[in-house]
Design a binder for this molecule. Sequence first.
Ligand code: UDX
Length: 444
Amino acid sequence: MKNITVVGVGYVGIITGTCFADLGNNVCGLDSSEEKIASLKAGVMPIYQQGLKELADRNVKAGRLSFTTSYEEAINGHQAEFVFICVGTPEGVDGEADLKYVRAAAQSIAEVMDHPLVIINKSTVPVGTGDWVADIVREAQPELIPFSVVSCPEFLREGSAISDFMNPDRTILGSRDPEAAEKVAQLHLPLRAPIVVTNLRTAEMIKYASNAFLATKISFINEIANICEALDADVQEVAAGMGLDGRIGSAMLNAGIGYGGSCFPKDVKALAYMANVKGSHPQLLQAVMDINEFQRKTVVLKTRAILGEDLTGRTVGLLGLAFKAGTDDMREAPSVDIAQMLQAAGATVKGYDPVAMEWAARVIPNIQLADDAYDLVAGCDAVIVCTEWNEFKQLNLERAKELMKQPVIVDGRNIYDPGAMKKAGLIYRGVGRGHDGGASQTTP
Ligand code: UDX
């Protein structure tokens, strides 16, 4: 059992802290937001994640998990041995990661710490940040107290973060201090996954390279989808055939309106920024971003190809709004850009999402929110699927067709079968589904 403090209880911090507590450690969650900490103390989670509340409640009740806004309490009162920095690293100017929250955390830790610490960067941070954090701590300490910095990047997917934490493919650790890395490795032994120990910069690079590669896979299959439409092939079957090759793998080969979220867009841009600053031209990363930006336009192009370029007087419904199923997160969600493009063409836009409605209302101006999928399709000239929620997959197509003004479905996540849609009398366009499922549209 170790004493662990987590600085920042957002998407990464609350999962990291709760899971380490569930492994038997004594964890203190620290955040500068009084509101967030008050909510957590009242048993209200700061993020939507199935299973998190039960896990947190159980560990709070067992006395292994507590929350505070005080650095003194979290670092010294809690007698922390390990301090995980899990604060946000939002996209800054030109795609550079904004490290203001990491700086503030490092400074505050240094100012209060009264005993040696292992400080661990869990947040996704640019290559070189580990040394930068060490410099900040050294400069901010009133007196020299021993500490080490370890990079331990997170690989958590929203919607499956608890499972991803408890069943990692690997743990990556980087440090200038092998002893500190070994101590952090010990924390991860119960997870029974390979542990890679390297230097700080390499560990930080593994995180960026991993996310950039996953984003590349997505943009690759989306480019293949666009070519499939021109050549009358079905990208889903292409992906299935490709994925059986052990060197390719089937994951991240679902063609659609592209990636969103708080990680892929930010991390690919940040890596490209780091490369450009050093005079290394990230041509492939630029193409990944360009293709991803174009993908969200394709469903608008298809809708306008069917309804007419001018959408004035038309109503278009967005089925699903979150950047992916399993979360309420609207950050970089394709639905935001798609709504804006439709409104710019004169359309009235409706939207429905099982969990992201509140957030969507804040980020999509003038969207008309529906109560459920059928309320969404009612009166629509076209419906665009933006998020692959399970509850949409078995939609009663006959009922939907009756409710719609025009039977047009543009499937941005390929959740429907083109044959079934045709049988139901719907005009269907998928992404890369060949002529059965999608007329070709102009490619960039
Ligand atoms: C991602 C990485 O998977 C995770 O390892 C990292 O720590 C954080 O970023 P996340 O963004 O939560 O996780 O979700 P993920 O499931 O990877 O999907 C990212 C985006 O790609 C979503 O918008 C999703 O819709 C899209 N996607 C995913 C595709 O378009 N096609 C796919 O095949 C898979």
